[in-house]
Design a protein around this ligand. Structure first.
Ligand SMILES: Cc1cc2nc3c(=O)[nH]c(=O)nc-3n(C[C@H](O)[C@H](O)[C@H](O)COP(=O)(O)OP(=O)(O)OC[C@H]3O[C@@H](n4cnc5c(N)ncnc54)[C@H](O)[C@@H]3O)c2cc1C
Length: 534
């Protein structure tokens, strides 16, 4: 469905063609569920009202009645924790945060929200980087973090059943004694939940070889926005009918609240070879990546860290990275021991052909784990660089275009005077420029937003897209009409309407049906949340 770059039509055109009647969730009557084209229009951020203040006390009482007083947060200071996720540029407090511990709790919460006509949304660990957790307009935030049981591990049939709030790495830890792991491994895996991974279809360093979340989820239990419970799939590899599981994965919580998931578990590889290529230029590092893949090698991971992030990682952990390198590449192959060394040798030869200064090897499991620790903790070390805030972008380009996009990122950094570090799943062509700033300064916030837009538009121009793995959230609403035609978007709205006819569940996210301002045929970048420093 994606259009070629440049052929996306404007939000204004989309608005006209949708022929329209979207109203903010707190006021809207249910949308039609028949086959008529749903009607949608665009609203200015200020048009999205907060939940009527009179509804807040009764909704709090209902939530306490369902989960108990210790499962509800209402104090302003407590709610501030839930006003944003890792995309701190957009913020808005929910009216109440509620912590269910069972599917039945979620059912009752959702039914109460419908009765009182209050919007609601799911939250896992809040590590999303695209504003997926911003409760635009307020309402009830359903935090799944107390639904954290691993319900079943079935090694013989190679699946596990987990509640939505289970932290990703807990499952792999539990599988260790069996020689198995859960393959999707976002760098946030020590904190993010499997429910959040399902909603965003998370990737990770090892998804180059093993695939993203959708390739590992075989069923979900989800509370629909009207309170009914559906189960799609289950322990078997395939189930008849439409692939609802695949449809729900990546829907960013707009189809309902996922409460339970059946996931595939993966046998640990017999052996690994993990190399660290040290490069004097980013071009040499990214050319190495294209050449490895073109040589028919499927590495388990190819991760790039640039000089800026290496400085932060070194300051925090003292791993012994060469601070004068322009970039390092973590290159890993895994599988059967036989033949693996030859593959690693070929990779080393390719890196050296591309002017790698040095190729280091992880000789022991602890050296290998240290390298991965450096990669996975990299975001956490950014504080060492002296900036109070950062915004992680998430674009994707064809691998061979990585040199172009990296040059563009450097030029954008110079153009706006914004420091940018890079650490990314380079093997997927997935870039993560980290823009560093002070969110208390409106000028810097504006610069970051413009610089981010420049980078993402360049990704589109190079034949890529504006998200490789973090999703659209509220952050990237404006880009959807640049990637999709009005017909594509209208079709997506119809799909959302089939699951979520009232649009009370996670409104104002993912699809540009609200929060955009269309004026005299021009689209203004108006986001639905409150901007930092503004
Ligand atoms: C340091 C760091 C590194 C990261 N590395 C990666 C990476 O390598 N790969 C990657 O893909 N992402 C990465 N991310 C982004 C983020 O961790 C993922 O998007 C993750 O899947 C979010 O999970 P979460 O539990 O924190 O979800 P949240 O942030 O709480 O929510 C994310 C979205 O999912 C929805 N949601 C959450 N739970 C449910 C549910 N049970 N039912 C329905 N909807 C739900 C929310 O409404 C929201 O739209 C990283 C983030 C950080 C901070």
């Amino acid at each position: 469905m994606r259009l070629d770059s440049g052929s996306g039509r404007s939000l204004a055109v989309a608005a006209l063609e949708y022929n329209t009647a979207f109203r903010p969730a707190t006021r809207s009557p249910p949308m039609p569920t028949d086959t008529a084209t749903p009607t949608v229009s665009f609203h200015h951020a200020n048009d999205i009202p907060r939940v009527d203040a009179g509804k807040v006390p009764p909704i709090i009482e209902r939530m306490k009645a369902i989960v108990g007083a210790d499962g509800v947060l209402t104090h302003k200071a407590e709610l501030a924790v839930y006003e944003c996720d890792g995309f701190t540029v957009e913020k808005n407090k929910p009216d109440v945060v509620v912590f269910p511990t069972s599917t039945e709790h979620v059912v009752q919460i959702v039914k109460a929200c419908n009765e009182l006509d209050v919007p609601f949304m799911a939250r896992g660990a809040g590590t999303s980087l695209a504003g997926g957790c911003v409760p635009v307009g307020g309402g009830v935030m359903i935090a799944l973090s107390r639904m954290k049981k691993i319900l079943e591990v079935n090694v013989r049939d190679r699946y596990a059943v987990v509640e939505a709030g289970v932290v990703n790495v807990w499952l792999t830890n539990q599988l260790k004694p069996h020689g198995y792991h859960y393959a999707p491994d976002p760098s946030s895996q020590g904190a993010c939940t499997i429910g959040g991974n399902v909603a965003t279809n998370s990737g990770g360093p090892h998804t180059l070889k093993y695939g993203v979340t959708v390739n590992h989820v075989i069923g979900v239990e989800m509370v629909l926005p009207d309170g009914r419970v559906v189960i799609t799939g289950g322990p078997c590899e395939d189930s008849p009918g439409y692939d609802l599981t695949g449809t729900i994965v990546g829907s960013e919580g707009t189809f309902g609240i996922v409460t339970k998931t059946w996931v595939r578990i993966t046998r640990n590889p017999e052996a690994y070879r993990t190399l660290l290529g040290v490069f004097g230029s980013i071009d040499d590092a990214v050319n190495t990546i294209s050449e490895i893949v073109a040589a028919g090698i499927v590495p388990a991971a190819l991760e790039l860290l640039d000089q800026t992030i290496l400085g932060a990682v070194e300051a925090a952990f003292k791993f012994g990275f060469p601070l004068d390198a322009a970039a390092v590449l973590i290159m890993e192959v895994d599988g059967l021991a036989a033949g693996l060394q030859e593959e690693a040798d070929r990779i080393e030869a390719i890196a050296k052909r591309n002017s790698a200064r040095e190729v280091r090897k992880a000789n022991t499991e602890s050296e290998r784990l240290a390298l991965w620790k450096a990669r996975k903790q990299a975001f956490g070390t950014i504080g060492r660089l002296g900036y109070p805030s950062y915004c992680t972008q998430d674009g994707v380009v064809p691998r061979t275009k990585l040199p172009d996009i990296m040059k563009h990122i450097q030029a954008t950094s110079a153009k706006y005077g914004i420091a940018i570090a890079n650490v990314f799943h380079a093997g997927d062509g997935n870039i993560h420029p980290i823009l560093m700033f002070d969110e208390r300064d409106p000028v810097q916030v504006e610069k970051v937003l413009h610089a981010s837009t420049d980078i993402l538009e360049e990704c589109i121009r190079l034949g890529g897209s504006v998200t490789g793995e973090h999703g659209i959230g509220v952050e990237k609403l404006d880009f959807m009409p640049k990637l999709f035609s009005p017909d594509d978007l209208a079709f997506m709205v119809r799909l959302r309407t089939a699951f979520n006819p009232s649009n009370r569940c996670s409104p104002n996210k993912m699809l540009p049906t609200a929060g955009a301002c269309v004026e005299a045929g021009h689209v203004h970048q108006v986001k639905p949340g409150r901007r930092a420093a503004v």
